[in-house]
Design a protein around this ligand. Structure first.
Ligand code: AMP
Length: 281
């Protein structure tokens, strides 16, 4: 695996390979890698000829400075995992390489309704920061295929919208969430949990599974309330536990039995914020 830190060097290397855009697969990450990230590399390897991964902890998407400061860093292990997974190139830029003119927003991305609900509502500015970094990374890597995890359901929708706004021909592949044996969605933030918090954390998965098992046409808010009660009992502070339209994230309160729906949860154990989701039909 080649490790490059400068955008110009990555461009030069990619151009020297003389591949069409659709032969390049890209997996953007913030590092502290786990098998969920590696599964994206595996999808990219299957479908493209050159797999580029990036590790960049993007300061502009952290609405909470404490969360940014405490974001786990395990770079040696990450490099080893990517190498073993057969990743071709790791792009590991410094902040100045991604934001040469400073990290202040240069424009507003029109994300519409998507930015007003769920993560958009509870993490103001977060998706603008995500768009800033992903647009820059896509400009540098110029992939034909982009691999994202369903774990960040709303982020996948935001990035699909960004690709549309950029008028780029990039295929966005949304890959399934990898889970621990007990069902907890793998996440870099899980490594910050104490043993006790780790035990409690799986409640998110139990809530989502219980919503999926019990959902039936009609009023759905009872299921959300049960989920909130379960999470509170396990020690969570909840941002949201909601059922929404899987295609546009509008809230669903009275399900007709046909609409494609998803349950989404965001909740804190102490200051560690975990998110997860599950398609319900
Ligand atoms: P992050 O490093 O958290 O920014 O995540 C980088 C990419 O990995 C994003 O597309 C995430 O959705 C994806 N990802 C994170 N956790 C998982 C998981 N458990 N399973 C599959 N993909 C994941």
């Amino acid at each position: 695996m080649i490790l490059l830190k400068k955008a110009a060097d990555l461009r030069k290397w990619l151009e020297s390979q003389d591949k069409e855009r659709n032969k390049i697969g890209f997996v953007p990450t913030m590092g502290a890698l786990h098998p969920g990230h590696i599964s994206l590399v595996e999808y990219a390897r299957k479908e493209t000829e050159i797999t580029v991964a990036s590790i960049f902890i993007n300061p502009t998407q952290f609405n909470d400075p404490k969360d940014f400061k405490k974001y786990p860093i395990t770079i040696e292990k990450d490099i080893d995992m990517l190498e073993k997974a057969g990743c071709d190139v790791l792009f590991l830029p410094a902040v100045e390489e991604i934001y040469p003119d400073g990290a202040a927003p240069k424009k507003h991305y029109d994300l519409g309704f998507l930015e007003t609900v769920l993560e958009g509502k509870y993490r103001p500015g977060h998706f603008q920061g995500v768009c800033m970094v992903v647009e820059r990374l896509l400009d540098i890597v110029k992939p034909g295929n982009l691999y994202l995890g369903q774990k960040d359901y709303q982020q996948c929708m935001v990035i699909a919208r960004l690709v549309e706004l950029m008028k780029q021909k990039i295929k966005v592949s949304i890959c399934p969430t990898l889970r621990e044996a007990d069902g907890l969605a793998m996440s870099s933030r899980n490594m910050r949990l104490t043993a006790e918090q780790r035990k409690a954390a799986v409640t998110i998965y139990h809530c989502l599974s219980s919503i999926k098992k019990n959902i039936k046409p009609g009023i759905t808010n009872g299921l959300e309330l049960v989920a909130i009660a379960m999470l509170e009992k396990a020690g969570f502070k909840i941002d949201y536990a909601e059922i929404a339209d899987a295609d546009n994230l509008t809230p669903v309160n009275n399900w007709d039995g046909n609409q494609k729906i998803v349950a989404l949860v965001a909740a804190f154990l102490d200051e560690i914020r975990l998110i997860d989701n599950m398609l319900l039909n």
